[in-house]
Design a protein around this ligand. Structure first.
Ligand code: ITT
Length: 183
């Protein structure tokens, strides 16, 4: 049994949808943990270690973010704060008249078992910042993240569609592959 520590119910839905194809049970607890200042990797390592010690369980945590090339990787590790303050409208304003709209979502999964050292798994997906919000599926930055091969934003994709190639799918799949061959 793996316990996913997150306060984001959308992440839980996506993760459950991925885990159901494997023989690993996934539980979910919203245990607040203090996010250290630092990279996605730093946050995932310290969060996983903290939660696993506190609960005496094998846990995963995830730290994710949107990295926009022409804004020098902003909002990056400030993604939560930016989503809560200026939101998608604010990002679109910053991107007004910007030609290079390349962006990546990154997801780092931190895994830790009791009395062990944490491990991390990075997943990415490439896209573009759309010219306007599109779609009401998904969450947070999804309506402004456009994926050329689908000709849709993440906000226009069902969970199943997003889970075919999202940053979260990539990080979780790496974790699952490692876990399945080490357990
Ligand atoms: P945790 O409790 O798991 O930390 P969170 O929502 O705070 O949940 P993160 O810090 O990992 O998640 O994410 C940083 C921000 O990026 C936050 O505003 C998320 O809503 C947003 N985000 C993360 N994954 C996303 C995705 O797949 N699509 C759109 N926005 C996403």
């Amino acid at each position: 049994m793996i316990t996913f520590i997150t306060g984001n119910k959308h992440k839980v839905i996506e993760a459950e949808n991925i885990f159901k194809n494997f023989d690993i049970n996934l539980d979910h607890i919203d245990l607040g943990y203090t996010e250290v200042q630092g990279t996605l990797e730093d946050v995932a390592i310290s969060g996983a270690k903290y939660a696993s010690q506190k609960l005496n369980k094998s846990v995963i945590v995830e730290d994710a973010g949107l990295f926009i090339k022409s804004l020098e990787d902003f909002p990056g590790t400030y993604s939560s704060y930016v989503q809560e303050t200026i939101g998608n409208d604010g990002i679109l304003k910053l991107m007004k008249d910007v030609d290079d709209r390349y962006a990546e979502f990154r997801s780092v999964i931190g895994y830790c078992a009791p009395n062990s050292e944490p491990k991390i798994f990075l997943g990415k997906v490439k896209g573009q910042i759309a010219l306007k919000e599109k779609g009401n599926l998904g969450f947070a930055f999804d309506p402004i993240f456009y994926v050329e091969k689908m000709d849709k934003t993440f906000g226009e994709l069902t969970t199943e569609e997003k889970n075919q190639f999202s940053h979260r799918k990539n990080s979780l799949e790496q974790f699952i592959n490692w876990y399945s061959s080490n357990d």
